[in-house]
Structure formats: structure tokens, C-alpha cells
Design a protein around this ligand. Structure first.
Ligand code: FES
Length: 205
């Protein structure tokens, strides 16, 4: 499976946002969708860490998009039921199944569950796509099973291209990898079909 990632600069507003759509499971890469959000805050606000609002109404089951928050890529993955089952299958293979050792930000209380998501929208994973080893961006490897650089019993997840750390479909690092911790889960909340990253009921991060 080949992954694509694309950036787009809106010259007039000087905002940017990356959108990547990847089909889940066996299907491979779908269309890259340029995503220009009418909610996008100004560059100055973004640099200051303003929350990012993303319309996810068109994010289909099995698809993922990537947006920028505080200069970091953040994945929004709409997991299928099979992907959630893959998360459960990986429980015994990941180093910190309950995310007791967060990386660079506290784990939100509402994401302290087996899927690391809000229970009312458990299919939606929101994770900071920064490898906890040395900061590379892992790439999606949603296809299950044997493939280059992955074990034969691969349950689906993410592979860091720099030193081979692997993460499951909840962003939990597998055992015995260079990366010591799970991917960060930022504060987030839903307002209808709008996902707000960097803010929740307790306020802004
Ligand atoms: S930066 Fe990801 S494994 Fe080293």
C-alpha cells in the first residue's frame, strides 16, 4: 500500500492544512482531498496554539485525514469495527496498553479507555502523529498481515519510517521498539460534526 500526503498553502490567508485520506483495510490509498477549512484560525492564532476546528462530516468509515495543530500533524481516523477489533487484538502486544505513561501532554480522562477515544464517538481516533522516539511522522499501514518491514501477524496500525517503531490503530507503541511511549492524544471535543482539537469541556489546552 502506498501512502500519500499532500500540503496546500492558501497564499492569501497564509493558512495551511494537510489532508490525507487513506482507505482502511485492504483497499489502499484513496483520493487525497485538499481540505481548506472555513473555520481555520489566522496564522497568528494558530501559532499561539489556538484550537483547530475540522468538519469531519465527510470522513467515511476507514478513512483518515491529517490536520495541523500547534505546528504538529494530528490524525483523525474514522475506524471501522474491524479496526476497533484490531486494537483489542493488539492489547497484549503493545508496551503500555492503558497509556499510563503519556508522552508530552496529559492523557485526557475521556480517552482513558481501550480505544483511546471518546466513548460516544469511539470510532474516531485523534492522535498527534509525532513518533515518541525522535519525532518522525509515522505512516499508515492499515492492511493486516505480512508485508515489508512488518511482522507476519501485523494487525494494522502505523509504521515509523525512521527507525521502525510501530503503533496500533489506537496509537499505542508495540513492545520492544525504539519509541518508548504511545502517541499523544490531544484534548478534543465534538460540536455536531465539527471536531475541535486543542479544546474540551475543561477549556483550551
Ligand atoms: S523517530 Fe520514529 S522510530 Fe525513531
Amino acid at each position: 500500500m502506498r501512502d500519500k500526503e499532500d500540503g496546500r498553502v492558501d497564499g492569501s490567508r497564509r493558512t495551511w492544512l494537510i489532508a490525507t485520506t487513506v482507505t482502511g483495510g485492504i483497499g489502499g490509498v484513496a483520493t487525497v482531498i485538499p481540505f481548506v477549512s472555513s473555520f481555520a484560525p489566522s496564522e497568528r492564532a494558530r501559532a499561539a496554539g489556538a484550537p483547530v476546528q475540522v468538519d469531519i462530516s465527510n470522513l467515511k468509515s476507514g478513512e483518515m485525514m491529517t490536520v495541523a495543530w500547534r505546528g504538529k500533524p494530528v490524525w483523525i481516523l474514522n475506524r471501522t469495527d474491524r479496526m476497533l477489533a484490531d486494537v483489542q487484538k493488539a492489547d497484549n502486544e503493545v508496551a503500555d496498553p492503558h497509556s499510563n505513561n503519556p508522552f508530552s501532554m496529559p492523557m485526557p480522562e475521556y480517552a482513558k479507555n481501550e480505544f483511546r477515544s471518546r466513548p460516544e464517538r469511539k470510532h474516531i481516533l485523534v492522535a498527534v502523529a509525532v513518533c515518541t522516539h525522535l519525532g518522525c511522522t509515522p505512516t499508515p499501514r492499515f492492511q493486516e498481515g505480512a508485508q515489508p518491514n512488518l511482522p507476519d501477524d501485523w494487525p494494522g496500525g502505523f509504521l515509523c519510517p525512521c527507525h521502525g517503531s510501530t503503533y496500533d490503530l489506537a496509537g499505542r507503541v508495540f513492545k520492544n521498539k525504539p519509541a518508548p511511549q504511545n502517541l499523544d492524544i490531544p484534548p478534543f471535543m465534538f460540536v455536531g460534526d465539527t471536531l475541535v482539537i486543542g479544546k474540551d469541556e475543561k477549556g483550551e489546552a
